[in-house]
Design a protein around this ligand. Structure first.
Ligand code: ZN
Length: 307
């Protein structure tokens, strides 16, 4: 019996990374090898006769998860009733994090509820899906126009408020001044430090407010530098948000974090999807019990009623 992991390793070495990936994922109809793939396979087995397995066995060896590299296993799952309308963003998440969870078969025109179907799955994908779901239930979307008086919540220390360092008549400016007692000068000093540093900064322990740098803040003529051309990239925003989570798990330790990106001259959809991406990158232990933000078009369906 050939060691399938060793076979894959030798074949990958023989083909090079890119062609090996094409062999895994760009197969002919019915998962069969394409002509060039058959030729490569013949060349490979001529060089390495010890790996000359049957075509059937080769196809089994090549059925691996493109994310985790694990071999796909077979399972039977129930088709259940549910809602399939989870949106494009969910399809992207699944593709990126758990493409072979082999779960969530939902009754529709082609599939009947109660029927059992055979699926192939990757154990690591199933684990990743479970973890993603556990994180998702901690994320709450409020209505975009929800008015919350953050000042008493901040004064009592019961929440950790995260926003963007945008001065002027913004909610975040008011929260800083009324919850911490800062005047305009102190508030601006803090925001300027965050924006010039292009890094997340926190007012903890004075008050549980953490600010992400603004790409385009100006301060009424005192300092009107443009710090970044357009929004920061998703990678940068994710890094800024991860710093806010780190400040919370290591220092603030608040069970509830608000991420308020409303009306701050940044793309709210961009920031909310970066928030979700940041949550994908940290462990459950690093996440507060509840993460609250405000709905944007991309994520309209996961709203929960506050009780
Ligand atoms: Zn996987």
């Amino acid at each position: 019996m050939v060691d399938r992991a060793k076979l894959r390793q030798a074949l990958a070495q023989f083909l090079g990374d890119e062609r090996f990936r094409k062999l895994l994922h760009q197969r002919g109809p019915g998962g069969r090898l394409r002509h060039w793939q058959e030729q490569e396979w013949a060349r490979f087995t001529a060089l390495h006769p010890q790996f000359g397995v049957s075509m059937e066995e080769l196809l089994v060896a090549l059925r691996i998860c493109e994310v985790h590299g694990d071999e796909l296993l077979v399972d039977t799952v129930d088709v259940c009733r549910g809602c399939t309308d989870r949106g494009k963003w969910y399809t992207q998440v699944r593709k990126r994090l758990f493409p072979h969870a082999g779960s969530g078969l939902v009754a529709d025109d082609a599939l009947q509820e109660g029927v059992q179907l055979e699926v192939s799955y990757c154990p690591a994908c199933r684990k990743a899906e479970k973890e993603w779901q556990a994180k998702s239930v901690r994320l709450t979307f409020l209505r975009h126009d929800e008015e919350i008086d953050f000042v008493p919540l901040l004064k009592s220390g019961s929440i950790h408020y995260v926003s963007v360092a945008m001065p002027g008549f913004t909610v975040v400016s008011a929260n800083i001044m009324f919850a911490s007692g800062f005047d305009h000068m102190h508030r601006n000093d803090f925001m300027i430090a965050v924006n010039h540093g292009r890094e997340t900064g926190t007012l903890y322990p004075k008050v549980n407010i953490t600010l992400l740098p603004s790409p385009s803040a100006s301060y009424g003529g005192m300092d009107s530098n443009i710090y970044n051309e357009g929004d920061y990239s998703e990678e940068q925003v994710v890094a800024h948000i991860l710093d806010a989570f780190k400040a919370n798990s290591q220092h603030v330790k608040s069970p509830k974090m608000y991420f308020d990106f409303r009306n701050l001259c940044v793309s709210e959809t961009h920031y909310v999807s970066s928030l979700r991406a940041a949550m994908d990158q940290i462990t459950l232990e690093e996440l507060p019990h509840e993460v609250v933000t405000f709905e944007v078009e991309l994520y309209p369906t996961r709203r929960k009623v506050r009780g």
